[in-house]
Design a protein around this ligand. Sequence first.
Ligand SMILES: Nc1ncnc2c1ncn2[C@@H]1O[C@H](COP(=O)(O)OP(=O)(O)OP(=O)(O)O)[C@@H](O)[C@H]1O
Ligand SMILES: [Mg+2]
Length: 150
Amino acid sequence: MTRFLRDEAATIALASEVYRALPEDHAGWMILLTGELGAGKSTFARALIKAAGHGGSVPSPTYTLVEPYKLASGNIYHIDLYRISAEDELYYLGFDELDDGLCLVEWPDRAPRLAEAADLLVELRYEGPARHATLVGHSERGHALTLKIN
Ligand SMILES: Nc1ncnc2c1ncn2[C@@H]1O[C@H](COP(=O)(O)OP(=O)(O)OP(=O)(O)O)[C@@H](O)[C@H]1O
Ligand SMILES: [Mg+2]
């Protein structure tokens, strides 16, 4: 599934649609967000977390690596791997304990082993001043989700 995102509002709208296409219990889901610096990965993650009912701010997890959100709709973990130097760091940090929530992962290419468990890839590309999104299902349920979005 691909979509032209003419502006930030279109990126936000797509993230809300993805949230609404998830099952009510989205624990254990993993969505990878890829794209160059400034492509809109955090914009997408922030919009999805807000669509899930979070009313406060959504700080960047660049330094903390993980920002957890305990929401009435379930847990969401916003993860940014930009600064990890070795994949093993993840396991020291307890990344194997995040399976009780939905994981949104920026820079997943930093941790190929983690990314193997993904359900959905959201690839954001620059297209002039705008963006282009490609959604690819990496699991059966992730593929089914892409079919609900058009
Ligand atoms: N469809 C769009 N068209 C044009 N601009 C957009 C679009 N979507 C988001 N933006 C803008 O692009 C910027 C994206 O910043 P954002 O922090 O989300 O990128 P990022 O991919 O997370 O970057 P980083 O790699 O540094 O984490 C923001 O200024 C946002 O307003
Ligand atoms: Mg970001």
